[in-house]
Write a protein that binds this ligand. Structure first.
Ligand code: IMP
Ligand code: MG
Length: 181
């Protein structure tokens, strides 16, 4: 285990079980849709999750990336998000969109992003997150697909970072509070 962690929360084997289960649900839900599917991967935290997940979904799909950041308390918790990297497709008419995220915390990012993509005329917009911290919610939001709900602890690994570190750990672990306090 990495020395900066207090414990491993989800092992590589458990991640494999989670991505297999989610991929089966997604495949089942989209297999009869006649709309083209776009998997929108939210950078950077969900790269490993999306990479494992997509290889277990045997359906035609396009892959697109977005990078977004939410404005903090400084803007009166407006819930607005800033798009730092946008899709290459402007008009989403006719497309089923599946957003892939690493973790849901306040819920602001995914609730705003869902609205944004519906505003671009997507046929449907669903969300898939590896992790969810429901106790931290500030806006009402429920992901369509969730790997695992976790307590209010700061986690890293398998794409998730603290100050851009730990993304390459193959498991998800709880960061030792002494690292950030
Ligand atoms: P929110 O749901 O809009 O508050 O934001 C979710 C984003 O906050 C995620 O995409 C992560 O970038 C970040 N985040 C929240 N909790 C954690 C954590 O425990 N570890 C790493 N990043 C986190
Ligand atoms: Mg993120």
């Amino acid at each position: 285990m990495n020395k900066d962690l207090s414990k491993i929360l989800i092992t590589e084997q458990e991640i494999d079980v989670i991505t297999t289960r989610l991929a089966q649900q997604i495949t089942n839900d989209y297999k009869d849709s006649d709309k083209p599917l776009i998997m929108v991967i939210i950078l950077k935290g969900s790269i490993n999750f999306a990479s494992d997940l997509m290889r277990k979904i045997p359906l035609p799909m396009k892959i697109e990336f977005m990078k977004v950041s939410s404005y903090g308390a400084g803007t009166k918790q407006s819930g607005e998000i800033k798009v730092q990297l946008d899709l290459n497709i402007d008009n989403l008419e006719n497309y089923d969109i599946l957003i892939i995220e690493d973790i849901v915390d306040s819920g602001r990012t995914l609730s705003r992003l869902t609205q944004l993509l519906y505003g671009r005329c997507a046929e449907s917009v669903k969300t898939c997150t590896l992790l969810d911290k429901p106790s931290r919610r500030e806006v009402e939001f429920t992901p369509d697909y969730c790997g695992q709900t976790i307590p209010d602890e700061f986690v890293v690994g398998y794409g998730l970072d603290y100050a851009e570190k730990y993304r390459n750990l193959p498991y998800v672990g709880v960061l030792d509070p002494k690292i950030y306090s």
